[in-house]
Design a protein around this ligand. Structure first.
Ligand code: P6P
Length: 302
């Protein structure tokens, strides 16, 4: 997958067609996932590879996306936050222009009980997984809010869609994160924050121009930061120095989309896209938002 042979133009065309098919499947599956949440808010009786108890809806969304995405010609690998190993999608792995899809099928499933926002996060990588965020071709998320929407980063630009009709409706093109930070949301528990992050958080919170917005699902909180400007962080914790969120399925796609929209991402010292993965389910301290606040964060954590 990582070698390129044959005519470059053909290769690009083939890969673009594969990416089109992936985006179509994720968009077309949104209503099936959304409607499938009903009756699946309970626990599935097993844990994901990160040791978190799965909701029935986590398993449902993952099975649905694995079946549909792995059937696409050109998709060589499927991986998800809910599965221990990368799924080899068969014959397409022989295609030198194949891609790998990494999915957080239902981000924020802890929001099922309070019926708060959740989403599906995905990234298309052009090399085998685990892979650094620099190899992402397309990233995006679907948000199951009052309206089902999608944000997509492709070819250097971010587009927002509404998914309520038969076809996705473009609602905003060339989306850029506002320069002036307005909202902030920090995950984890305050007593578990390292002192340097706690100092940064206090400085952000004490700024009268900032407003707290934390919904408990990274994707809803990040979408607010993309919309209003600000910062979302799930930092390193005293008991978990790599934080909680996963690099392949959350940090990389979120970092790629926010950076494509003119924002910045950081693990505390570098872009999330520059973090070299060791394992498929590596965790990463995740900070994304307006450049001003990420600069201030990195200065504080030095
Ligand atoms: P906590 C959801 O389970 C998730 O992975 C993210 O979407 C969210 O930001 C985080 O965990 C919430 O974690 O520790 O606040 O429940």
């Amino acid at each position: 997958m990582s070698e390129r042979d044959g005519d470059g133009a053909d290769a690009e065309r083939d890969r673009a067609a594969t990416v089109d098919a992936i985006v179509d499947v994720v968009a077309d599956s949104a209503e099936d996932i959304r409607s499938g949440l009903v009756g699946r808010r309970g626990k599935a009786g097993r844990e994901n590879p990160s040791g978190e108890v799965q909701a029935e809806a986590d398993v449902y969304a993952d099975d649905l996306l694995e079946e549909r995405l792995s059937a696409i010609d050109g998709v060589a690998e499927y991986a998800s936050e809910e599965r221990a190993d990368v799924i080899d999608c068969g014959g397409s792995a022989a295609d030198p222009d194949a891609v790998a899809v990494a999915v957080d099928p239902l981000d924020g499933s802890s929001n099922l009980e309070p019926n708060n926002t959740m989403g599906t996060v995905f990234a298309v990588y052009d090399e085998p997984l685990p892979a650094p965020g620099t190899s992402i071709v397309v990233s995006g998320w679907v948000l199951y809010g009052p309206i089902t929407t999608m944000a997509l980063a492709r070819d250097g630009t971010v587009t927002k869609y509404e998914l309520s009709g038969d076809e996705p409706t473009v609602v905003e093109e060339d989306v850029t994160i506002p320069d002036d930070p307005l909202v902030y949301g920090f995950g984890g528990r305050v007593p578990d924050w390292p002192d340097d992050f706690a100092d940064f958080a206090r400085a952000v919170e004490s700024d009268p121009s900032h407003k707290l917005r934390y919904g408990g699902a990274m994707i809803g909180d990040v979408n607010q930061v993309l919309t209003y400007g600000g910062i979302f962080a799930y930092p390193a914790l005293d008991g978990s120095p790599r934080g909680k969120l996963r690099l392949q399925f959350e940090g990389n796609p979120i970092g790629h989309l926010v950076e494509t929209a003119g924002g910045r991402s950081s693990d505390g010292s570098r872009s999330l896209l520059s973090v070299e993965p060791n394992e498929l389910h590596d965790r990463v301290p995740l900070h994304v938002g307006t450049a001003e606040l990420i600069d201030r964060l990195e200065a504080t954590l030095e």
